[in-house]
Design a protein around this ligand. Sequence first.
Ligand SMILES: Nc1nc2c(c(=O)[nH]1)N[C@H]1C(S)=C(S)[C@@H](COP(=O)(O)OP(=O)(O)OC[C@H]3O[C@@H](n4cnc5c(=O)[nH]c(N)nc54)[C@H](O)[C@@H]3O)O[C@H]1N2
Ligand SMILES: Nc1nc2c(c(=O)[nH]1)N[C@H]1C(S)=C(S)[C@@H](COP(=O)(O)OP(=O)(O)OC[C@H]3O[C@@H](n4cnc5c(=O)[nH]c(N)nc54)[C@H](O)[C@@H]3O)O[C@H]1N2
Ligand code: SF4
Ligand SMILES: [Mo]
Length: 696
Amino acid sequence: MTSSIVKTVCPFCGVGCGINLKVDEKGMLTGVEPLPNHPMSHGKLCEKGWSTAYAINPDNRITEPLKRIKDHFEPITWDEALDTISSSLKDVLEESGPAAVGVISSARATNEDNYAAQKLARAVLRTNNVDHCARICHSPTVAGLKQTLGSGAMTNSAKDIFATDLILVIGADPTENHSVFGGQIFEAQQKGAKLIVIDPRVTRLAKVADMHVQLRPGSNIALLNAMLHVIIKENWHNRDFISQRCEGFDELAKNVEDVTPESVERSTCVSAEQIRQVAKAYSQAKSAMILYGMGITQFVSGTQSVIGLSNLALACGHIGRPGTGINPLRGQNNVQGACDMGCLPNVYPGYQGADSTDTQAKFSQAWEGDVADQPGLTSLGMTKATLAGDFRALILFGEDPVVTDPDQNHVRAALKELDLLVVAELSMTETAKMADIILPAASFAEKEGTFTNCERRVQHITPALSPPGSAMGDWQWMKALAERLGSNQLSWLNSEEVFNEMTSLTPSYQGMSYEAIDREQGLQWPCNQDAPEGTDILHRNSFPIGKAKLIPVHYTEIDEPADDQYPLLLTTNRLHFHYGCGSMTRKSPLLEREIPPGVLFINPDDARSLKITRYAPVGVRSRRGYIETRAMITDDVPPGLVSMPYHFKEAPSNQLTNTAQDPITKMPELKVCAVAVFPLPSGQDPKDVQRLWEEE
Ligand SMILES: Nc1nc2c(c(=O)[nH]1)N[C@H]1C(S)=C(S)[C@@H](COP(=O)(O)OP(=O)(O)OC[C@H]3O[C@@H](n4cnc5c(=O)[nH]c(N)nc54)[C@H](O)[C@@H]3O)O[C@H]1N2
Ligand SMILES: Nc1nc2c(c(=O)[nH]1)N[C@H]1C(S)=C(S)[C@@H](COP(=O)(O)OP(=O)(O)OC[C@H]3O[C@@H](n4cnc5c(=O)[nH]c(N)nc54)[C@H](O)[C@@H]3O)O[C@H]1N2
Ligand code: SF4
Ligand SMILES: [Mo]
C-alpha cells in the first residue's frame, strides 16, 4: 500500500467544508487538511474539522456486533445479530403490526444511508414511523417555508453574504456552530455589509455587530410583527413585489395593525426605538439576507416564527435575488439530505406527501411491492407511544437521544420499555448502552456516498480507510437486515446504485450523478433538465407554489415561564469546540482541554444574589430533572437567563428541558424552560448524572 490523500467532506456541521484525509502506507489516517479552492470553505477548517482523525480513530470504535446479556455486552457475529434482530422484529410485526416498529435515521450519515432507511421502513417494515434529528432542529423550517414559499431550504447560497448590504442573523450563533461560515460573516461585515444580530445572548457576532437586539427568549414573533407594523406604516414595504409575487397582504397588514413597537416593549424587552431602527435598516437595504437557526425554531411557536420571518422577507421583496433570502442554517452535515431523502414520517424523498395515494403508487411501483399506508409517528411520538405500550421495536442509527432529546428521564424510561432497541454507532454512546443489539457502523471516511450541505450542495464522499473490525456502512447493514426479513428491495451492489435509484424518484435531484457532482465540486438542488448546473438562488422568477403566501402569525407565550419555584429561564446552546452529544469531538484531547465537561453560564447579578462564585459547584433543577455542574459567570447572558450547552453526558442540559411541543411539527421547546439554580457546598465536586441516578 502507498500513502494517499483522499478528498472528502467534513463530517460535522452543515457548512460542509472540503477536507483532504492523509492516509499512510499502513492504511492509517494520519491527518486532515483543508481542501484549497472549495466553494464553501476556500481552504479553511474549524477546530472540529481539524480534529476529525481523533473522532473516528479505530481505538475508540465499536468494531463488532454486541449483544446485551443482562447488564453487559458480549460480542456476537453479524449472522447472530441479524438473526436476533429479524426474529424479534417478525414477532413484534406479527403481534402488534407495523405501527409498533420504527426507524430513526441519521443526519450524520449519507443520503444513500438515509434513502435506505426510509425504504426499509416503508417498503420492508411497511411503516411511516421514520424520523431523525431534524424533528428537534429545523422541522419548523421544513413545514413553515414549505407553506409560504413551497420549499423548506436555504433560498440563497453562502457566497451571497458578499453580495448583500445587510446581514440579519436571528437566533443563530454562526461563529460557534457554522464556524467557517461565521468567519466569512465577519469578513463580509469588514467589506461593508451591515450586520444585525437578534439574540438574547451576547454572541461573538453580537459583540461586533452594528446593532444587537437583545430580545427576551421566546419573543421572536412579537418583535417580527412589530417590525412589520413599522415597515407597513412607513410605506417601506415593496409594493411591486407583493402585488406581483405574493398573496395575503391585506390580512397580514391587518394582523399587525395594532402591534406597535410600544405594545411589545414589555414582551420583547426591546425598546420601541430599536425596533424602528432595525425595521428601517432591514427594509431600506437594497439587498438584505436573513440567516437563522435554533433561536427561531426550538419553540412551541417554532413554525409560526419561521412564517413570521418569511413574511418579513417577502413584504420587503428580499428574496429571489443575489444577497437576499431567508436562509435556515441547517445544522448537521447531512440534515438537509436526510430531509430530502424523506426520513420524515409525512414525506417520501423530495417531499412527496406520504399520505398521497399517487405518491404511494409511484413508490410502490418503483420498489415493486406494497408500501406503508398509515400515517407515521415522529421521533418524540415514538417515545410517547412506547410509554403508552403501543410501540415496541426501534432501529436507530447515528443519534444519541438519551443525551440530545428533551427530558432525559422520559427518554430513558421509554427506551427501557422497548422489546427491541438496535443501535448502529461508531462508538459507545449513552443510547447504545441501552440497546439490545449494537451494530458497528462505518464512519464517513470508510464509505462512499453523498452529503447535502446547508446551501443544498450535494457533495461526494469517497472512502479513504477500511472500516475497523467488521463495521459496515449503514445502508449495507440495512440491506443485510432486509434480506433476513425476506426482502431484496435494498439489495444494491454499490452506493452509486442507491444514488441513481434515489435520483430517478426525486425530482430535485434528477439531474445529478456521482460524475457530475465530482466535476462541479458539488451541485445545488434543484438540479434537473431545467437546471442541469444546479441552482444557487431559489425563487428567482416564481415560487413552486405560484405566488408566495403571506400568513398572519400571532405571538404565543413560552410554555414554561419563570415563577417563584423556578425563578430563572434556562436556554441551551452550543459551544464551538464540541459537537452534538460529544461522542466524536470529545475523543480529541485538543478539543477536550478547551472546556470542562459541563458548565452553566450565569449573569454576575444573578450569581451575586444566589451567592455563587466563579466556577463554583451548582445544582440546577427543573420540573423534570436535576443536574450538578459548575458556574461560569459572564455578561454574555442577561440577568434572569442562564444558559447551558447540551454536549456533556456528565451534566446534560436535557435532564432539565421541556417536551412541550409546537402543534404543527412536534418540535419541543428546547430553547427555554424554567429552572432553579443554587450553590453546592464549596469544595464539593459536582456529581455527574450517572452518579445521581445510582444514588436515586
Ligand atoms: N460547534 C458546534 N457546531 C454545531 C453543532 C454543535 O453541536 N456544535 N450542531 C449543529 C447543529 S445540529 C445545528 S442545528 C446548528 C445550530 O446552530 P444555531 O442555530 O446557531 O444553534 P444554537 O447555539 O443552539 O442557538 C442559536 C442561538 O439562538 C439564541 N436564542 C435563544 N433563544 C432565542 C430567542 O428567543 N430568539 C432569538 N432570536 N434567539 C434565541 C441562542 O442564544 C443562540 O445564540 O449547529 C450545528 N453546528
Ligand atoms: N437541549 C438541547 N438539545 C438539543 C439541541 C439544543 O439546541 N438544545 N439541539 C438539537 C439538535 S438541533 C439536534 S440536530 C440534535 C442532534 O442530536 P444527535 O443527532 O443525537 O447528535 P449527534 O451528536 O450528531 O449524534 C450523532 C451520533 O451519530 C454517530 N455517527 C456519526 N456518523 C455516523 C455514521 O455515518 N453512521 C452511524 N451509524 N453513526 C454515525 C456519532 O458517533 C454520534 O454518536 O440535538 C438536539 N438536542
Ligand atoms: S465549519 Fe463545520 S464543516 Fe467546516 S470544518 Fe468546522 S465543523 Fe467542519
Ligand atoms: Mo440540528
